[in-house]
Design a protein around this ligand. Structure first.
Ligand code: PGA
Length: 268
């Protein structure tokens, strides 16, 4: 069910904690040149907070969108070190990554916190890229889908998503939520999931979205795969009927490699 190739492909670079301004500008000089002519595929860059303004300015007029890697759920106040959705909006962020496994694992982010962050993003009309995925132990115990279901139900509890036709949200397709399936054991390890395995999880996620919301949202929502994606394996993922693109960490730090993926997506 529910494969709809009308969904626009989406490629997100998660730079994580890399680059200072000069490096980012050098990257963009190479990258924007290489992806000139890429139009069908939506490209998003998620630099660290410190680079959002610099990268945002440099991307002006390129069609490439800006994302933050995280946000805090309060609007403003005494929250030392935190960044609100309004601040991200002010810098031109169209997207924000929420619930990345590194934050869940290293910074104790729970589904409840993630739920609040999603609400904050939706309120500010920033499209959230929600990351979900199982650990190696959970996978070995055959609990992958159970874990995905718990994470999705927790993260999305009580959220009202406008239907895509309402066009609210600032994502490239006017949506306000993208889901990235990111098996924790595949992130930064060089061991990627098999495309068929990632597809099974993406389909599970899409069916769950239909249950939690409705079939229109489920048909339209874009689901990414993330975890050791590189030019050599990227095509295998985006060819799957329920995978609409990728969230790329390590390989996105090389502008040539990331541009190559954008071109592959464009051809498929
Ligand atoms: P990776 O990271 O591509 O370096 O595995 C992916 C991610 O964290 O989203």
């Amino acid at each position: 069910m529910m494969s709809d190739r009308a969904r626009r492909k989406l490629l997100v670079a998660n730079w994580k904690m890399h680059f200072v301004r000069a490096q980012a500008l050098e990257y963009l000089r190479v990258f924007t040149e290489r992806v000139r002519g890429v139009q069908k595929t939506e490209i998003v860059l998620a630099p660290p907070f410190t680079l959002l303004e610099t990268v945002g300015r440099a991307l002006h007029g390129t069609g490439i969108k800006l994302a933050a890697q995280d946000l805090f759920y309060e609007r403003e106040g005494a929250f030392t070190g935190e960044i609100s959705a309004i601040m991200l909006k002010d810098l031109g962020c169209a997207y924000v990554i929420v619930g990345h496994s590194e934050r869940r694992r290293l910074l104790g982010e729970t589904d409840e916190i993630i739920n609040k962050k999603l609400r904050a993003a939706l309120d500010a009309q920033i499209a959230a890229i929600l990351c979900v995925g199982e650990t190696l132990e959970e996978r070995r115990a055959g609990r992958t889908h159970a874990v995905l279901e718990t994470q999705m139900r927790g993260a999305l509890a009580g959220l009202r998503l406008p239907s895509p036709s309402e066009g609210r949200g600032d994502g490239g397709e006017g949506e306000c939520l993208v889901i990235s399936y990111e098996p924790v054991w595949a992130i930064g390890t060089g061991v990627n999931a098999a495309p068929e395995e990632a597809e099974a999880s993406a389909l599970f996620i899409r069916e769950l979205v239909a249950q939690l919301f409705n079939t229109e949202i489920a048909q339209r929502i874009r689901i990414l795969y993330g975890g050791s994606v590189k030019p050599e394996n990227f095509g295998g993922f985006v060819q799957q009927p329920n995978i609409d693109g990728a969230l790329v960490g390590g390989a996105s730090l090389d502008p040539e490699a990331f541009a190559q993926m954008a071109k592959i997506a464009e051809r498929l």
